[in-house]
Design a protein around this ligand. Structure first.
Ligand SMILES: Nc1ncnc2c1ncn2[C@@H]1O[C@H](COP(=O)(O)OP(=O)(O)O)[C@@H](O)[C@H]1O
Ligand SMILES: [Mg+2]
Length: 146
């Protein structure tokens, strides 16, 4: 499946992130690709909000990874891990060293990874891919595929 959405400002991209939270929960791993400034982090801020997490959300660029706990609403109080990874300055092996295989194998985790195209080999087939294309100052083409 492929779906294309054009946004005309940052607020729209963030709103799209909020709206896609359920699809991301279903896929477990969401891969964000596209150049610097294309909108991956802006989208992620909306997504984290849509997942029910409390901001402000900062970019993990200098941290490699940020971890959040998400409350799942059912009978018991249950927590789910949400990981936000930025692969801009790191390599495949750095991500593997974070415990990637276990992280991905745990169906209860949600993993958001920026610059995922840099580490394609370690991404599971089931992942949802979202590409961000720069069209103009405030226009972005956002393509979903899985
Ligand atoms: N339609 C849009 N969608 C997302 N960001 C936009 C849009 N229009 C302008 N921007 C601006 O572009 C920049 C995107 O930055 P960011 O989300 O950090 O990108 P990335 O994480 O891909 O490097 C922000 O400054 C944002 O305000
Ligand atoms: Mg970013």
């Amino acid at each position: 499946m492929q779906k294309e959405i054009i946004t005309i400002d940052a607020a729209q991209t963030k709103k799209l992130g909020v709206a896609l939270a359920q699809e991301v929960i279903a896929s477990g791993v969401v891969c964000l690709s596209g150049e610097l400034g294309a909108g991956k982090t802006t989208f992620t801020q909306g997504l984290l909000e849509g997942l029910g997490l409390e901001g402000p959300f900062t970019s993990p660029t200098f941290l490699i990874m940020k971890e959040y706990k998400r409350e799942i609403s059912n009978d018991k109080l249950q927590l789910q891990n949400v990981y936000h990874i930025d692969a801009y300055r790191i390599e495949k092996n750095d991500i593997l060293a974070l415990g990637w295989e276990e992280m991905v194998a745990n169906k209860n985790n949600i993993i958001i990874i920026e610059w995922a195209e840099r580490v394609k080999e370690i991404i599971p087939k089931s992942a949802l891919w979202i590409d961000f294309g720069w069209m103009g100052e405030e226009e972005r083409r956002i393509t979903l595929s899985n």
